[in-house]
Design a protein around this ligand. Sequence first.
Ligand code: ADP
Length: 363
Amino acid sequence: MDTTLKILHIEDSSADAELVAYQLRQAKLSCTIQVVDTEDEFSRGLQEFAPEVILSDHSLPRFDSLAALDLFRKSGMRIPFILVTGAVSEEFAVKCLKAGADDYILKTNLTRLPTAIRQALKEKQTEIERDEAIKKLNYKIQELDTFMYKASHDLKGPLASMAGLIEMVKEEVRDKKMQEYIGMIEQSNRKLERILYDLIEVTKIAQGRPVIAPIELKKLIEETIHSLKNLEQAKEVIFFTSIQVPAPVASDRNLLATIIQNLIHNAIIYRREGLDAYVSVNAYERDGRILIEVEDNGIGIASEIRSKIFDMFYRGNYSSKGSGLGLYIVKQAVEKLGGTIDVKNNLSQGSRFTVSLPSSYKI
Ligand code: ADP
């Protein structure tokens, strides 16, 4: 059963207004209708009558449905707006739908009106409930991010003091077996530190907003390679770079550094033993986007795990000593910058990660 519905009807013909009221009565749609035919009356009606549905004829002598739609949109009300009008072109109908109308009914087919109103009311309700659910979900995500951030920060202190204590015990203990155990504890502690560091990075990316500034991409890539060359695993690796991007690029320095550092780090870690390992970093501009490729001749990525490697905590390799968060972090950072990331195996069966970023980033 419908409760009494408040309908604001924009119409200058009293005969047509009566016809509409008649159709609604026939369909047992209980309603109170306020008819208006000027912009002022419509504005006042929106505020004072507080309608639940708007019906609008298209062209009145001093007012039309597009102007009404404009006022309606500005009011922020979330109720159905249905065009009830004489013959209009399809283009016009589409224009009205695009401008925010929910439906349109021809005056020659008024019997459809009650169903259209009920349908539009239902859809609007579903839309409002969905938006409400999304809002709640976003709030929960925000809460979870804050929790993760706080929890990870609170764990930093105890972990650091544990590292200090391990150092002290190492000095004191002479027993070989005990030294071995302490070495194991130290390794586990380092792993925990790594996970914690990555978790903090995840929450930082989730909560932060990109700070866009000019960046010398060539310099950033070279600095990253320079620092990663210190890794034990990078001793035998040869690095190539080809940076053909007009400097500087507009991006967020921290996010970009995170992306490049993680991709190059992985390319080093997952090198193939017994092969002259190389890592090649190329950057260029194409179709208004900046492309950064990180390629290696390492162990490659089997096609069956390729869709999972960007998941949180996913490790595709038993020998991985990482947190399984590196590529997850990369993907979050890329998306924060409005970009995409893709991976393929290259000709040498190693992998090639391609990051595509907008070249002019707008906040
Ligand atoms: P991890 O901490 O395990 O390195 P990542 O998120 O960085 O986590 O990577 C996820 C998985 O993707 C890795 O465990 C590995 O199996 C695979 N992977 C990432 N980069 C490469 C690469 N350059 N070559 C081969 N495998 C890779």
